[in-house]
Design a protein around this ligand. Sequence first.
Ligand SMILES: *Cc1c(COP(=O)(O)O)cnc(C)c1O
Length: 342
Amino acid sequence: MIDLRSDTVTKPTEAMRKAAYEAEVGDDVYGEDPTVNKLEETAAEMLGKEAALFVTSGTQGNQIAALTHCRPGDEVILEANAHIYLFEGAAISAFAGVQPRPIQGVRGAMDPQDVAAAIRTEDIHFPDTTMICFENTHNKAGGAILPLENMQEIYKLAKEKDIAVHLDGARLFNASVASGISLKEYASYTDTVQFCLSKGLGAPVGSIIAGSKPFIKKARKWRKRLGGGLRQAGVIAAPGLIALQENVERLADDHHNANYLAEGLANISGLVVENNVETNILLVNVEKAGFTSDSFLKELKNKGVLAVPFGPSTVRFVTNYGVTKDDIDQALLAVQQLVNEI
Ligand SMILES: *Cc1c(COP(=O)(O)O)cnc(C)c1O
């Protein structure tokens, strides 16, 4: 099977398995796991933040941001197709008790004027706006890179009003490798940032949330409350360290492969690539070729290729290090056959 469903399907490398086996460990709830501590220090340093916390998943990292920055009854501004809004089971409402205020963006970027207009003023009827969320790269927008200037402008607005800014940077490393803008620069226009070790970076488990020391102190307590205080977590943190040391630059290969796949698919009659492919995600509309996303994916699976539906006639492909250029050629052949057969 050629698995293009997500970059979460990547399996740990030999080096990661070896590092897990050899990891020095301790009880992380007591702060005594040297491998977890090293991962947190390394991640904080890479992002230019004071401190970081190893969390079980991206979703947990985003929840901890909402729980730490906000109080129940507050309002959170986010993009209308944000992962936090669409794909996290309304967890920010269920756990942090906040109300989302979605703003329709363009390629994942909210217009700063729309954000300014959505920030609540002091009024007995209104909730308080206490957090604004970015998503970079933007998943639903097809791995779109949020422009740095957009983050800059909205961050400035937020700081004038004393509102916390959180970056859902599940794929921030993809944005950085593709744009050449450093992680530190992106992170300088947000108070807190979550990124996934378990996606394109290839680690088996975990995310990082980073921010100021006081933020991370509170976040650590929220992680414990959520049941995310782990013990000898060095065995899962060690692969995360390898991910940061060895797997960052190679994300460029995934981006090349995604572009190559997009070019190939665009040449197959009836298929329309919906997004400008900037990173490792591409969205393909299959309607004109006579398919729904479900019928297309069922046939494609029979030919040994996996992808996921992203709407009634949109299919999402995500390149990852388990997929080579030869695999992409094979996948293109399978799609061509599929379209010819209909
Ligand atoms: C995958 C993803 C998450 C959630 O990460 P999990 O580790 O799957 O919980 C959050 N935000 C974005 C943009 C994502 O793509």
